[in-house]
Design a protein around this ligand. Structure first.
Ligand SMILES: *Cc1c(COP(=O)(O)O)cnc(C)c1O
Length: 351
């Protein structure tokens, strides 16, 4: 006899991680190429001698540092083992069987997995023709069974960002007992002055939470920490469903040190932003359609040619993230890495 696992797990889509190919340039997972800041590596090294001790379960130092940095009451902050864990905790905290989670699609690939594992129902709302979130359609998809809506801005994998006024109009239309989760994993790369600030909105509204992460701009993807800014009751619910000690001792120190390095962070993000506009400009000039992006990646909606493009990039030792029959997402790396990608893109035969 074999162990009985849940039958519905057979239908669960697997999370496809960006591939690492030795000897190739990895532009597949939206990491920053520059690595963690030097001061942060020192903090990790110092913390390494203490890993026989359990981490602070409440991550007090990190929560207090975030509260100070963001000028937010600490009671509104919850940390998690990456913001993907916070996504899962939010579904767990709001949904039981047959409750609905509404999200744009295509968007962050963890949303369907997390929703299904929690036993809730997925409601996928297609993007607009311009690869942006369709807020009217998201609002229309909300029913009495809806408990949560994910709003990913800038959207992964398309890079498009919402504007503050359209998001506020949307929030006005959402019933007050439905939680809207603004997933802002790429917020540090946003340069549009009209873009919304989820942390601000989460403090102004009773049913809005903002999720941010140390994985992307801060360069700590391998250590795992993210945070939520939410109404106090939502932050408390997040703490209730937190896996004890899952924000480890190293990342607590690394994240605090990262928050102290705002100038270096800014310089890094500026470089990514400059390269982002160069890469997009060259792609547009070569005839590719590339939606305007506010993140550290570009989206090439290649449809049926995606697999072929992916193979061509691999042949040129560049690893991108291909979404079958939809498009390729390409992370902005160093200028040299981007040049290698652009060379591959320019030598891809036109259809
Ligand atoms: C990368 C990403 C996350 C999760 O990052 P963590 O490493 O789990 O903090 C969350 N949302 C979106 C949209 C992302 O792209």
């Amino acid at each position: 006899m074999s162990v009985r696992t849940r039958a519905d797990l057979d239908q669960l889509p697997a999370y496809v991680a960006g591939r690492t190919v030795p000897g190739s340039i990895k532009l597949a997972s939206n990491e920053v190429s520059a690595g963690p800041l030097p001061s942060v590596v020192e903090a990790i090294n110092r913390a390494a001698t203490e890993v026989h001790r359990y981490p602070d379960i409440a991550a007090t130092k990190l929560v207090d540092a975030l509260a100070a940095r963001l000028d937010v009451d600490a009671a509104r902050i919850a940390v998690g083992c990456g913001s993907v864990a916070l996504c899962e905790q939010l579904v767990q905290a709001t949904c039981t069987e047959n409750d609905e989670v509404v999200f744009p699609w295509r968007s962050f690939e963890a949303y369907p997995i997390i929703t299904q594992v929690a036993g809730a129902r997925q409601v996928r709302v297609p993007l607009t023709e311009e690869h942006a979130l369709d807020l009217d359609a998201l609002a229309a998809a909300i029913t009495p069974a809806t408990r949560m809506v994910f709003v990913c801005t800038p959207n992964n994998p398309t890079g498009t960002s919402l504007r503050r006024d359209e998001l506020e109009r949307f929030l006005d239309s959402v019933p007050s007992d439905v939680l809207v989760v603004i997933d802002e994993a790429y917020r540090e790369f946003v340069t549009d002055p009209e873009a919304p600030d989820g942390v601000e909105l989460a403090q102004q509204r009773e049913n809005v939470a903002s999720l941010r992460t140390f994985s992307k701009a801060y360069g700590l993807a391998g250590l795992r920490a993210g945070y939520a800014v939410a109404p106090p009751e939502v932050a408390e619910a997040l703490r209730k469903v937190y896996i004890p000690f899952s924000v480890n001792a190293l990342v607590q120190e690394a994240a605090v040190a990262s928050l102290e390095s705002q100038q270096e962070l800014k310089a890094r993000c500026d470089e990514v932003v400059a390269e982002r506009s160069r890469v997009r400009g060259e792609l547009l000039g070569s005839g590719y359609a590339v939606p305007e992006t506010q993140a550290n990646f570009v989206w090439l909606p290649l449809g049926a040619r995606t697999a072929e493009f992916n193979e061509h990039c691999l042949d040129n030792r560049v690893v991108v993230r291909a979404f079958e029959d939809a498009g390729a997402r390409v992370t902005i790396g160093t200028p040299e890495e981007n040049d290698a990608f652009l060379a591959a893109a320019k030598s891809f035969p036109a259809a």
